[in-house]
Design a protein around this ligand. Structure first.
Ligand code: GLP
Length: 243
C-alpha cells in the first residue's frame, strides 16, 4: 500500500507508474477502469502525452466492464468515458483498442472478450474499487467468477453509481465485466482509491487477512505485482473504520 498526501498526488503517482511500465514495454496491453477515481490519472497521462513525455501509439487497451444494453456511444458507457477522457486526448490507435460492446448479445460478446484476453494478457491493469469492494464489476458473491461474465449490480453499486445518472432508475441493472482470472493474470496491477466511501473496503482489505468473494478486491492479495495507492485522508478513515 502506498499512502500519498492527496488524491492529486495519488493520481500523479499512478500515471508515473504507468508511464514507466510503458517505457519498459512500449507495446503494453492496458486494462482500464472507469469512474471518478481514475479520471485524474487519465488527465495526467493525457497531459504528459501532449508535452511529449509519453506515447501510446504502440500500446493496446481494453475497458474492464460495460453496462449491458447500452451502446458505445451512450453518454454513460465506459467506452465513451475512456474515449472522451483518454483515447481522444492521446495517440492510441483505434485498432489497438478493444471496447466491450454492451449492446451486443451477452453470450457472443463474452466469447469475443474471452478470445481477446486469451490472445494477450494484460501488462498494466488500472483499477478503482467499489464501495462494496468490487473490482471491474465483479460484485460481492458466494464465489469468484474467473472469466468475462454478465453481472446483476448490487443495490449498493446502483446507489453509488446513480450519481452519474439523472435518476437512480436510469442506472442499468446489469453489466458485463472481465473476470477475476483476467484481473489476476495482469503483470502489474495498480488500484487507486480515494474518499471516505471507500474506507470500509480499504479497511477490510488491509486489516482482515482473508481472501473472500464477499470482498472481491481481497483477491488482489494473490496478484503478482499489486500496488494500492490511497491518500492520507482515506488511510485515516480506513484505520478508524473498525473502531
Ligand atoms: C465502477 C466501475 C469500476 C470502478 C468503481 C469505482 O462502478 N465499474 O471500474 O473502479 O465502480 O468507481 P469510482 O471510482 O467512480 O468510485
Amino acid at each position: 500500500m502506498i499512502v500519498t498526501p492527496s488524491f492529486f498526488d495519488s493520481s500523479r503517482l499512478v500515471a508515473s507508474i504507468i508511464e514507466a511500465a510503458i517505457l519498459e514495454k512500449p507495446d503494453a496491453f492496458l486494462g482500464l477502469a472507469t469512474g471518478s477515481s481514475v479520471l485524474e490519472t487519465y488527465n495526467f497521462l493525457s497531459n504528459d502525452f501532449q508535452i511529449g513525455r509519453t506515447n501510446f501509439s504502440t500500446c493496446f487497451a481494453i475497458n474492464l466492464d460495460e453496462y449491458l444494453g447500452i451502446d458505445n456511444n451512450h453518454e454513460k458507457s465506459s467506452a465513451l468515458f475512456l474515449h472522451k477522457n483518454f483515447f481522444s486526448k492521446t495517440n492510441f490507435i483505434d485498432k489497438n483498442v478493444f471496447l466491450i460492446d454492451g449492446d451486443n448479445d451477452g453470450e457472443s460478446e463474452l466469447k469475443r472478450i474471452s478470445d481477446h484476453l486469451q490472445n494477450r494478457s494484460l501488462d498494466i491493469l488500472v483499477l478503482g474499487v467499489g464501495t462494496n469492494g468490487h473490482i471491474g464489476f465483479n460484485e460481492p458473491n458466494d464465489w469468484f467468477i474467473a472469466s468475462p461474465h454478465v453481472v446483476s449490480l448490487s443495490q449498493e453499486t446502483i446507489e453509488a453509481n446513480s450519481r452519474f445518472f439523472k435518476d437512480i432508475d436510469d442506472v442499468p441493472r446489469k453489466c458485463i465485466t472481465v473476470g477475476i482470472r483476467d484481473i489476476l493474470n495482469a503483470r502489474k496491477i495498480i488500484l487507486i482509491a480515494s474518499g471516505s466511501s471507500k474506507a470500509d473496503a480499504i479497511h477490510k482489505l488491509f486489516i482482515d487477512d482473508c481472501i473472500t468473494p464477499r470482498l472481491p478486491c481481497s483477491i488482489l492479495k494473490l496478484g503478482k505485482d499489486v500496488s494500492v495507492v490511497i491518500d492520507s485522508e482515506l488511510a485515516f478513515a480506513a484505520a478508524l473504520n473498525g473502531n
